[in-house]
Design a protein. Structure first.
Length: 145
């Protein structure tokens, strides 16, 4: 099950559907199944959690909270974890990159799902691999810039 929650930020049904579709597409592309929650939230909440969990006191576009924390990504009864997306940052980035907010929300969701599945971008080879997967998933969905 993929749950999209937005208690503090009103999002449209189109945006909610795009987020759920992007999460499903990423799981399907990776040949995985699992449950996850995507929370769309405010910059203040994202910054608080970024500071608390990553010790980085700034707003970011997406945070992930894997249920597995270093173990097998599907070892927790199929629950993968949580993704938090900063709606305001997504809107700013969509404008900056010249594409739709729906595309940016889809990108951030795919990025988050890949993190929940164990991908990272701390080294150049990891980043190259993760970007390739992100691009392939978005292309498969027909979500382009």
């Amino acid at each position: 099950m993929i749950e999209v929650v937005s208690e503090r930020i009103p999002i449209s049904n189109e945006e909610r559907d795009a987020i759920a579709s992007a999460a499903s597409a990423a799981l399907r592309y990776e040949g995985k199944q699992g449950d996850l929650c995507v929370l769309v939230d405010t910059p203040e909440r994202i910054q608080t959690l970024n500071r608390e969990f990553r010790h980085v006191d700034r707003v970011t576009d997406v945070l992930t909270f894997p249920a597995w924390e270093g173990e097998d990504p599907l070892g927790m009864d199929g629950y993968l974890g949580d993704i938090m997306i900063c709606y305001e940052r997504a809107a700013l980035q969509a404008e900056e990159y010249g594409h739709s907010l729906t595309r940016e929300l889809s990108f951030l969701t795919v990025h988050g799902v890949l993190h929940l599945l164990g991908y990272d971008h701390m080294t150049e080879p990891e980043e190259t691999e993760m970007r390739a997967h992100q691009t392939a998933i978005l292309n498969e969905m027909g979500v382009t810039r």
